[in-house]
Design a protein around this ligand. Sequence first.
Ligand SMILES: Cc1ncc(COP(=O)(O)O)c(C=O)c1O
Length: 436
Amino acid sequence: MTSPSVSKTSPEALTLAEVTRIREDFPIFGRQVNGHPLVYLDTAATSQRPLAVLGAMRSFDLQHNGSVHRGAHTLAAESTELFETVRAEVAAFLGADADEVVWTKNATEGLNLIASAFVNASAGRGGPDADIFALHPGDEILITESEHHSNLVPWQEVSAHTGATLRWIPLGDDGELRLDLLDDLLTERTRVVAFAQVSNVLGGIVPVSRIVARAREVGALTVLDVCQSAPHLPLDLHTLGVDFAALSGHKMLGPTGVGCAYGRRELWKAMPPFLTGGSTITTVTMDHTDFIDPPERFEAGTQMTEQVVGLGAAVRYLQQVGMPRIAAWEQMLGTRLAEGVTTIPGVRLLGPSAGRPRTGLVSVDVEGVHAHDVGQLLDAQGIAVRVGHHCAQPVHHRYGVTASTRASTYLYNTPSEVDAFLDALSGVRHYFGVGA
Ligand SMILES: Cc1ncc(COP(=O)(O)O)c(C=O)c1O
């Protein structure tokens, strides 16, 4: 057994009794997988959903379903009201105002929506108002080597369309961004800085304020990927001072098919539309369209109302439990994971060492065993982890591997589940006949 010595929680963390109670809200934890109780450590890919979320969506469909922002009948009005109420709730959860939140189908779409503004404005769309987004050869876009492909490929596209140069903050050997290079990389030429608060491979918490402060000094816009932070940490986008952010609902107890993009009000106003068509307009003639104000300008077509309602229930659930308490609980689980994996011979932690700020997410390389084999062996014991490149190939290249095994927690995971993972992981190399 490789269980680490440390399992302390800070006073504000959830208690085991509370987590045990929370688990009852998730019927999926009652099931067995391959003859073992399910140990779900793949929340970074997608979280499980509590009954409250399923119930909210069901009751919406059974009682209220109508088309949002269209139609004069009662059901349409009720649906619109629910839809807009959730917008305000999600905005409050993120430390933003309701009209700064645009619904998207996921974070990937949100990041593409934001990136597309730079392509469109550079091509002259949006007129002088959109000049703030126009990029030219000589301008620079700064990202990091630890980005998920969804916050990397869109910026490659922006660079290809505008002639702006793509640069990145490299990762150090210690699994953290080389912020010592920030002043050299973030210069007067930088127009956009796009980065994740928490990498979906490394799990470390990036000091957002430091990067935002530097970006402000040079007048660059900031785009924060909060996919792996908003579900796990208390967040206040206004206080952080970022210009844009994006997340996916399915990673924070909500359903798939809904996410959102945050933007400062005046930036959304200046931004040309992304997808166009129904719901994005005020007047249309055969040869001209006037577009409606944000956020609707960016919500083309019939929206994912039922999913928005589900996300509202998810956010209410998280707020009731309390984000600081969830964060403290997960920090304990993350430390236990990080300390535990470093004691297993032949297992290498990718990412910051155990004492550094992190969420409950660790990725490891098991020497001599492919991550897919690790995943299958763990699955045979009922343990669900993610294996592969996790849509972040450059991070893996940086650390000399093509794939890794990732365990990621949430408010419903327990220290004994972490220990079950560590136990199973410590048997992997022996099982495959690798090492001593
Ligand atoms: C850091 C990060 N950014 C973006 C994404 C993309 O999220 P989605 O696939 O829900 O659009 C993910 C998903 O894993 C992620 O972890």
